[in-house]
Write a protein that binds this ligand. Structure first.
Ligand SMILES: Cc1cc2nc3c(=O)[nH]c(=O)nc-3n(C[C@H](O)[C@H](O)[C@H](O)COP(=O)(O)OP(=O)(O)OC[C@H]3O[C@@H](n4cnc5c(N)ncnc54)[C@H](O)[C@@H]3O)c2cc1C
Length: 429
């Protein structure tokens, strides 16, 4: 059996960041990616926050093919025939170093794979890893369709359904409530049109989240990100919540219905769909994290359950990249000791626990129970939009006093025991 120092399974953000960290270490590192190229099978919303990452990957960002820096944040509550949007423009988001960018994975991951290849890592596409090779409890390599390759350490960066973590016996059985399903289209539009429609300056971007009727009471929501010359538009639904629904919904239709809403229709008018994708998202937070190390193996990114729905934003890419770097650092340390046993690789868990990743995962450990609350996806978006509509409406009758209009709705929709319980729950995050 041929042997290398490190095999990384999966050439997404986690795997490539680990490879980047290891590139100058003098070790022989290979990345095995089942897709035609890195980025070809990777889906995100997506927006990436660079604040937490600059510390881990300080030299990566100058040349990186990112899309627009986000200066405008919008949250839209969708009712059946109305909607309310909260819009934030911040000049601080428009000053370098920019806090967050929109991103297209097909471009970014491919660029990162080329970069680590130039640094001496072998990134091998169209290589599907079928199995781990073990000696007792120790992982000593991987099997692909046509060969066996040995390594001192295997890094499982194979995404959300990580087969490698399962084979290594590190992952618990999956629970549907820990996953959501996302559908996404990339819609080509001229950059001037994007800037006019979203009232953005050159290279400035917008990130918009939607909650309400679009998921028909099912846990989930929609997203829209402006790229340089396209929009990323998608919808996400919780699998558990979807399974409980009778009669069953054909969720691929949700995205078409969403696109038919006037709030969206006018934004995508004239655009051409270039890409359609569907992918799972981790919603379980800290409760779904497997043991992230074993004898001869480390688990990173989505494979390690490192993803979080923070209600106002989704996190996963920074966790994937930072965990990849931390896995790389752990491997360098293990190489110095020439010991890749679980006791040495346990340092990875320590590094993760000390990092922003586990601090945030711990801080937001109760989001799942909040996300299971149907009122968040139906009653509140509708009630808030109805109230705003009433406040703005002038018809044939003399207009009622504003205080009376607002107070009556607040009394009816919000001053009740259910809302009080929801408020108490909300205080947990
Ligand atoms: C719809 C949607 C919206 C999202 N929005 C955001 C967002 O806005 N911001 C954010 O930060 N996060 C977001 N996320 C989460 C984020 O995209 C993920 O957390 C991130 O992509 C994880 O990166 P990764 O490298 O761990 O996994 P992946 O990108 O999934 O990479 C895994 C790689 O492993 C390869 N692979 C799998 N099995 C094998 C095998 N057996 N052999 C060889 N190769 C294999 C795959 O082809 C893939 O390239 C979103 C996710 C989805 C689905």
């Amino acid at each position: 059996m041929d042997k290398v120092d490190v095999i990384i399974v999966g050439g997404g953000l986690a795997g490539l960041s680990c490879a980047y960290e290891l590139a100058d270490s003098g070790m022989t590192v290979i990345v095995l990616e089942r897709g035609d190229f890195s980025g070809s099978k990777n889906v995100t919303g997506g927006r990436i926050y660079l604040g937490p990452l600059r510390h881990y990957l300080p030299n990566l960002w100058k040349e990186a093919p990112l899309e627009r820096h986000v200066t405008k944040e919008l949250i839209t509550l969708l009712g059946d025939a109305n909607s309310t949007t909260f819009e934030l423009y911040s000049d601080r988001f428009n000053q370098e170093p920019y806090p967050s960018y929109t991103i297209l994975r097909a471009k970014f991951d491919r660029w990162l794979a080329d970069l680590v290849s130039e640094k001496g890592v072998f990134v091998i596409p169209q290589k599907n890893v079928n199995d781990l090779i073990k000696e007792g409890e120790k992982v000593i390599g991987v099997k692909t369709e046509d060969e066996e390759i040995g390594a001192d350490c295997v890094v499982a960066s194979d995404g959300i359904l990580s087969f490698m973590a399962e084979k290594a016996g590190l992952r618990k059985p999956f629970q549907p409530q820990h996953f959501a399903l996302g559908f996404k289209e990339v819609i080509a539009l001229n950059s001037n049109i994007i800037e006019d429609r979203f009232r953005l300056g050159e290279k400035e971007g917008a990130a918009q989240l939607f909650v309400g009727i679009l998921t028909k009471g099912i846990m989930g929501g929609g997203f829209l990100y402006t790229n340089q010359e396209s929009l990323s538009l998608g919808i996400v639904v919780g699998i558990h919540s979807l399974n409980q629904r009778e009669p069953r919904e054909e969720i691929y239709k949700f995205l078409d219905e969403f696109k038919g809403r006037p709030e969206i229709k006018n934004l995508i008018k004239g655009g051409e769909v270039m890409e359609y994708s569907a992918h799972l998202i981790s919603e379980g937070g800290i409760h779904t994290i497997p043991k992230v190390y074993g004898n001869g193996i480390l688990i990173t990114g989505d494979a390690a359950g490192l993803g979080l729905n923070m209600l106002v934003t989704v996190r996963g890419m920074e966790y994937a990249m930072a965990s990849g770097v931390l896995a790389g650092r752990t491997i360098k340390m293990a190489k110095e000791k020439n010991d890749f046993s679980a006791s040495t690789l346990a340092n990875y868990e320590k590094l993760l626990n000390e990092s922003f990743i586990m601090r945030e995962m711990s801080q937001y450990q109760n989001t799942l129970s909040i996300l299971e609350n149907k009122r968040l996806f139906s009653k509140y978006p509708q009630a808030i939009s109805d109230l705003f509509e009433k406040v703005m409406r002038v018809d044939e009758n003399p207009k009622e006093g504003l205080y009376k209009t607002i107070w009556e709705t607040v009394k009816k929709d919000f001053l009740n025991f259910e809302t009080f319980k929801d408020w108490l729950q909300f205080r947990k995050i």
